[in-house]
Write a protein that binds this ligand. Structure first.
Ligand code: ADP
Length: 479
């Protein structure tokens, strides 16, 4: 363990008011490090530094921004094994998943390195003779980024990269459970030559640091990924201050398996979507909606494969499912397992596992004979638990799939072109998958949902510009 890890404010590493322990959920005896917890005053200092640095950063021009993002991508790639090891150690994702996520972070920086050069506008003739109109995009100014624990590299990357590419300055607050990966990213951004104040890291509790970011007058926009209650609180506070918000919250994503599905494809998609990354993905398949004719064969094969998944420490080479991220999250998952029984489901798996190291291990769970009106089919659990809902026909598939407060991702396994087409059109979600897991997305296309899942413009790809820029319309008359 090295020295305490400090916050990055105005290009300098500064302490907070106390240090917070970062522990390994695969092995609670493993203390990863001590991380500074910032104060509201640290947020003010970071926001002021960002506001002072931002105009110069935009004025430096697209080449400077492209070059910085490209250097950051290269450094992430060079340090990928160390970053992924940290990610696996603090979040519990198995190493291959952590490596893929780290490489994804590099790809995102590389993508936005290119986008910095493509910030474009429009030129139109006015309805008034002799007048020209130009529509251009400008940075919002200072953006506050509040990120969750489940993708400690990719989510900060897909917020930081567009923010910097379009000429904004940044204050980042990572989740309390995963400061290590964020700190490594911050060091890389700093060492890659980011000017002082353009990127700031303030670690610490959401109730202190996150709240102060939403309240800081210098911060004009907040991009948040996390839970619905926190998102709602941020939206309320931001509305009072007329701040732009982009909120990515939960999901209760339906994965449909029709009678005509290819069984191995369907089982593979559901196994991945429901349980990989320990089910800790907002795009996880948590409602498996299965047509009656294939139901029993599907459940038998999914159960067989699920029970064969090796749950173990994130860094052990033979682990397929890592631990749950925290004691609190595990307690929540286990209470949903009890609730599933109380609501009348047959539960397969789901028990706490005691392994040689003390960690938060849980066997994946299926809740059979679930109905869509049960709490286990309506509330996001955010663990390796999926409810299986039997349906009669395609009309019922659509009704059940869309009957949710959320609308992030939806999938269907079918060999029918007609049903696939109809589902793509009728699913009230932001992302639809055909014969693919509901989780697992590309980085150059929009990410986001409808209903209670998202608020504000989409993230990722070119659509990211909607949030990270503001539009200016200029009229000029040559005289
Ligand atoms: P989760 O349950 O997944 O931890 P949260 O919504 O609690 O989701 O956390 C997501 C992020 O929001 C974290 O970085 C957390 O610190 C932050 N956060 C929590 N409460 C607040 C708040 N009141 N204001 C701003 N940010 C917050």
């Amino acid at each position: 363990m090295s020295d305490p890890h400090l916050n990055l404010i105005n290009g300098a590493w500064v302490p907070g008011d106390h240090l917070s322990e970062n522990r390994n959920p695969s092995d609670l005896a493993d203390l990863i490090g001590l991380y500074a917890a910032g104060t509201a005053g640290d947020v003010t200092a970071a926001a002021e530094a960002a506001a002072a640095a931002q105009p110069g950063w935009f004025a430096a021009g697209p080449q400077a921004r492209t070059d910085l993002l490209d250097r950051i991508a290269t450094r992430i790639e060079a340090e990928a094994t160390d970053i992924a090891t940290m990610l696996a150690r603090e979040e519990g994702k198995i190493l291959p998943e952590a490596l893929a996520e780290t490489r994804r972070a590099a790809q995102i920086f590389r993508f936005f390195a290119g986008e910095a050069l493509r910030m474009s506008g429009e030129a139109l003739a006015s309805v008034r003779p002799g007048v020209d109109i130009e529509v251009t995009r400008e940075p919002v100014g200072v953006v506050g980024l509040i990120t969750p624990w489940n993708f400690p590299a990719a989510i900060p990357a897909w917020k930081i990269a567009p923010a910097l590419a379009y000429g904004n300055a940044v204050v980042l607050k990572p989740a309390e459970l995963v400061p290590g990966t964020a700190h490594m990213l911050a060091r890389i951004i700093h060492e890659a030559g980011c000017p002082a104040g353009v990127f700031n890291l303030v670690m610490g509790p959401g109730s202190v640091v996150g709240r102060a970011m939403v309240e800081a007058p210098q911060i004009g926009a907040i991009s948040f990924t996390g839970s619905v209650p926190t998102g709602r609180a941020i939206a309320r506070a931001a509305a009072e201050r007329m701040k732009k918000v982009q909120l990515e919250m939960g999901g209760k994503n339906p994965m449909v398996v029709l009678d005509d599905a290819d069984l191995p494809t369907a089982v593979a998609a559901c196994l991945n979507g429901a349980f990989f990354s320990t089910g800790q993905r907002c795009t996880a398949s948590s409602r498996l909606i299965v047509q009656a004719g294939i139901h029993d064969a599907f459940v038998a094969e999914l159960t067989r494969q699920m029970m064969a998944l090796r749950v173990g420490p994130a860094l052990a080479p033979d682990s397929q499912i890592g631990p749950v991220v925290s004691a609190q999250q595990l307690a929540g998952n286990l209470s949903y397992v009890d609730l599933a029984r109380a609501e009348g489901c047959e539960v397969i798996g789901g028990e706490r596992l005691n392994l040689p190291t003390e960690g938060h291990f849980q066997r994946p769970a299926l809740f059979l004979n679930a109905r869509n009106d049960m709490r286990v089919a309506r509330e996001e659990i955010f663990g390796p638990c999926a409810a299986v809902i039997r349906v009669a026909d395609f009309d019922e598939v659509l009704a059940v799939a869309n009957d949710s407060d959320f609308g992030l991702s939806a999938g269907i396994c079918t060999t029918s072109l007609r049903h696939a087409r109809e589902f793509r059109r009728q699913a009230r979600v932001g992302m639809v998958m055909v014969n693919l897991p509901t989780a697992g997305v590309d980085y150059h296309v929009p990410f986001g949902g409808t209903k209670g899942s998202s608020l504000g413009p989409r993230e990722q790809g070119r659509h990211a510009a909607e949030f990270y820029t503001t539009v200016k319309t200029s009229y000029s008359f040559a005289g």
